[in-house]
Design a protein around this ligand. Sequence first.
Ligand SMILES: *[C@@H]1O[C@H](CO)[C@@H](O)[C@H](O)[C@H]1NC(C)=O
Ligand SMILES: *[C@@H]1O[C@H](CO)[C@@H](O)[C@H](O)[C@H]1NC(C)=O
Ligand SMILES: *[C@@H]1O[C@H](CO)[C@@H](O)[C@H](O)[C@H]1NC(C)=O
Ligand SMILES: *[C@@H]1O[C@H](CO)[C@@H](O)[C@H](O)[C@H]1NC(C)=O
Ligand SMILES: *[C@@H]1O[C@H](CO)[C@@H](O)[C@H](O)[C@H]1NC(C)=O
Ligand SMILES: *[C@@H]1O[C@H](CO)[C@@H](O)[C@H](O)[C@H]1NC(C)=O
Ligand SMILES: *[C@@H]1O[C@H](CO)[C@@H](O)[C@H](O)[C@H]1NC(C)=O
Ligand SMILES: *[C@@H]1O[C@H](CO)[C@@H](O)[C@H](O)[C@H]1NC(C)=O
Ligand SMILES: *[C@@H]1O[C@H](CO)[C@@H](O)[C@H](O)[C@H]1NC(C)=O
Ligand SMILES: *[C@@H]1O[C@H](CO)[C@@H](O)[C@H](O)[C@H]1NC(C)=O
Ligand SMILES: *[C@@H]1O[C@H](CO)[C@@H](O)[C@H](O)[C@H]1NC(C)=O
Ligand SMILES: *[C@@H]1O[C@H](CO)[C@@H](O)[C@H](O)[C@H]1NC(C)=O
Length: 718
Amino acid sequence: MYLPGTALVSLLLLQLQLLPKAHTGSCVDQEKISLLRFLAGLSRDGGLSELWLNETDCCSWRGITCNEDGSVIEVSLPHKGLEGQISPALGGLTRLSRLNLSHNSLSGGLPFQQLMSSSSMVALDISFNCLNGGLLQQLPSSMSSHELPMQILNISSNLFAGEFPSATWKVMTNLIAMNASNNSFTGRIPIHFCNISPSFAILDISHNQFSGSIPPGFLNCSMLGVLNASHNNLSGTLPDELFSGSSFLEHLSFHNNGLQGILDGSDIFKLVNLVTLDLGGNKFSGQIPNTIGHLKRLEELHLDSNNMYGELPSALGNCTHLTTINLKSNRFSGDLGNINFSALVNLKTLDVYLNNFTGSIPESIYLCSNLTALRLSANHFHGELSPEIQNLKYLSFLSLGNNSFTNITNALQILKSCRNLSVLIIGGNFMGEGIPQDETIVGFENLRFLNINRCSLFGRVPFWLSTLTHLEMLILSNNQLTGPIPPWISSLNNLFYLDVSNNSLTGEIPITFMDMPMLKSVNTADLNPRHIDLSMYRGPSLQYRVLTAFPTFLNISYNNFTGVIPPQIGQLKVLAVLDFSFSNLSGSIPEAFCNLTNLQVLDLSSNHLTGAIPQAMSNLHFLSAFNVSNNDLEGPVPTGGQFDTFDYGSFGGNPKLCGPAFLRRCEPTEVDPASRFSSQSHHFSSTLVIFATAFGVFFGVGVLLDHRVLSRLRLLQL
Ligand SMILES: *[C@@H]1O[C@H](CO)[C@@H](O)[C@H](O)[C@H]1NC(C)=O
Ligand SMILES: *[C@@H]1O[C@H](CO)[C@@H](O)[C@H](O)[C@H]1NC(C)=O
Ligand SMILES: *[C@@H]1O[C@H](CO)[C@@H](O)[C@H](O)[C@H]1NC(C)=O
Ligand SMILES: *[C@@H]1O[C@H](CO)[C@@H](O)[C@H](O)[C@H]1NC(C)=O
Ligand SMILES: *[C@@H]1O[C@H](CO)[C@@H](O)[C@H](O)[C@H]1NC(C)=O
Ligand SMILES: *[C@@H]1O[C@H](CO)[C@@H](O)[C@H](O)[C@H]1NC(C)=O
Ligand SMILES: *[C@@H]1O[C@H](CO)[C@@H](O)[C@H](O)[C@H]1NC(C)=O
Ligand SMILES: *[C@@H]1O[C@H](CO)[C@@H](O)[C@H](O)[C@H]1NC(C)=O
Ligand SMILES: *[C@@H]1O[C@H](CO)[C@@H](O)[C@H](O)[C@H]1NC(C)=O
Ligand SMILES: *[C@@H]1O[C@H](CO)[C@@H](O)[C@H](O)[C@H]1NC(C)=O
Ligand SMILES: *[C@@H]1O[C@H](CO)[C@@H](O)[C@H](O)[C@H]1NC(C)=O
Ligand SMILES: *[C@@H]1O[C@H](CO)[C@@H](O)[C@H](O)[C@H]1NC(C)=O
């Protein structure tokens, strides 16, 4: 990732590194004592006590640098596995100008007053520890009279809390960079930095709980290059002054706050040096102003998840350095062809998911030869796919789902030649067409994820799918596919997620299912841990960056399968979700189910299953959803384990079952009470259907799991 930093910032930071290069003189006794006290305050010292020997010169100790006089000027102990507290004794190092204790596990409070008392501290980096408590609200009066030389303060990624003490910073007239991100600071955002320090350049207060509105004058810093206030609870609008301040500003992020208002065309685009503009995850409305074309250096534009609308300004095509355009989840409309993409040769990601765009895919997109991720799903695009898309040599993520594209044969014939394509989502298009059986659909050399759901496609499960040897997830649900599940399915060695639900498939459950390698044993070595280019979402809180985060999944529900469930089902030892509901299956529930110890969801409802529920299934400790309702099962319901948590909805519609309070008692003479409950008996299934439908429509993947189940799965699989 490009880390912004103006020439100025780099210059100032460079200056720092050019501090007089120290000679190692002989160490001052008093300072040795301070260092040994610091060491004594640690509960784990990462081996330092073997290196910091009392009888040796402390200027030669690991991590210590002295000046010619033998005074310690730098303590640098990042990544040393240190635990325990930071001793106030460090305040005894009166010439200390750089202290770096980042990436340890230090806890307790920060002895800020002692550390500052030396008045020579220039750079303090205690980031990535577990330090807690608040920061000093007020420096002691002895110190508040003179200006401190402090230039860099990095307290990020700790557990600091409370209000941010603006008053403390009044003496830091030389501050250049402040990183307080990823703590738990509350209250209003601090504003004084710029007024106090004329050279202030970097402020990161992201990932805290700052609230209230952005105070006027907040950005009145002439040198500010980076401002990141993302992931807080800020509200109100962006004040006008925000834009009259720094012309050096390269990075501006307010991602995930509660900001509102419109982007004023005469304001924000005064920031002509902006490289990153991230206002995603707020409540901004209005259009993107045409003046965005003035941001000639812009590389990343994130306006996702707001309430913005209108057509995109053609001037966006003037921002030729753009690598990322993220406009997903808004109400933008009109023809994407308003923008001439041909000059955006650096574009890597274009994401307009969930908007109201119309028209066909503009041909000029195919000139963005570096494009790797293109997501156009959930809009109103139409037309046939153009062969020009084959120009996109690096395209690896393509989602066209839920639009009105036509001619799936044409689409697949073209896309098969996209060698780098690894995620392809085209469901929710091609309504009522036939799924191509054409054996010339060979290619898709790197395809790992294929979703062709919700198209009402007819025909058999085509043979060419068997050539997609890298496929990990295949979703063909909600079509009108007929015929059997082909026996070659188990030859897809990496397939761990298969959804063919809601089709008209027939025949017996193929025995080859039971040989799917990824469902039989954990073999993560074969799976590709590489990040997918764009997150896939389920609901507002779940997103997937790696395919392996999905559960092992087998869903053949809502078809017309006949015959029995083969006892070899017991081989699918790592399967997490199994759904055979709403078919024509008969016979009994095989004992072998009790070997599926990773099972979390099991749905066999609405078939014609007979016999007893194996008592040993109560050993399935991860099972959190179970449904065998509307079959013809008999005998006692298993007790113990997870079975004590399932209610009537799991068993209803089986008049011959008996057991828990909601069923009839296990006595042959008992009157059958099942009819009393029949109105509830579809409850569980219809909930699942609603889930599946919602996620199918909006997220292009049908997952039937709740949050709890999934987070557990992630732990299991990552
Ligand atoms: C270090 O050595 C000095 C004398 O050389 C001694 O007085 C002191 O107690 C020692 N400190 C520790 C922590 O062993
Ligand atoms: C502290 O050390 C880490 C790890 O070497 C380094 O990345 C960081 O830049 C250092 N901090 C400062 C302020 O130099
Ligand atoms: C802490 O922040 C400073 C200033 O931005 C930076 O130079 C330093 O590298 C950061 N430390 C770590 C460990 O990233
Ligand atoms: C601030 O620190 C966090 C880690 O704690 C880091 O991710 C972020 O990039 C830093 N911000 C800046 C502007 O360097
Ligand atoms: C936040 O801090 C925690 C604890 O130090 C760390 O594990 C995590 O990576 C940090 N997150 C970010 C976004 O820097
Ligand atoms: C911001 O700076 C301008 C001049 O650069 C000044 O007139 C204005 O008063 C400042 N605003 C605040 C709130 O400091
Ligand atoms: C975009 O570039 C074209 C051609 O260079 C120019 O005519 C037009 O005024 C520019 N638009 C904006 C908003 O910068
Ligand atoms: C999408 O556009 C249509 C007209 O083209 C309009 O009726 C509809 O309200 C728009 N939807 C949204 C969410 O803006
Ligand atoms: C594509 O990206 C590479 C770096 O990833 C860059 O060197 C190249 O110039 C880019 N191509 C175009 C046409 O901009
Ligand atoms: C679909 O595309 C194929 C291949 O490009 C073409 O031969 C066929 O005529 C098209 N079908 C329709 C209905 O347009
Ligand atoms: C399922 O198949 C049977 C015959 O095997 C047929 O009678 C029945 O109508 C089919 N049901 C559906 C919903 O297609
Ligand atoms: C469960 O698996 C074990 C070991 O693979 C096997 O011996 C046993 O027969 C299986 N149980 C059932 C009921 O299939």
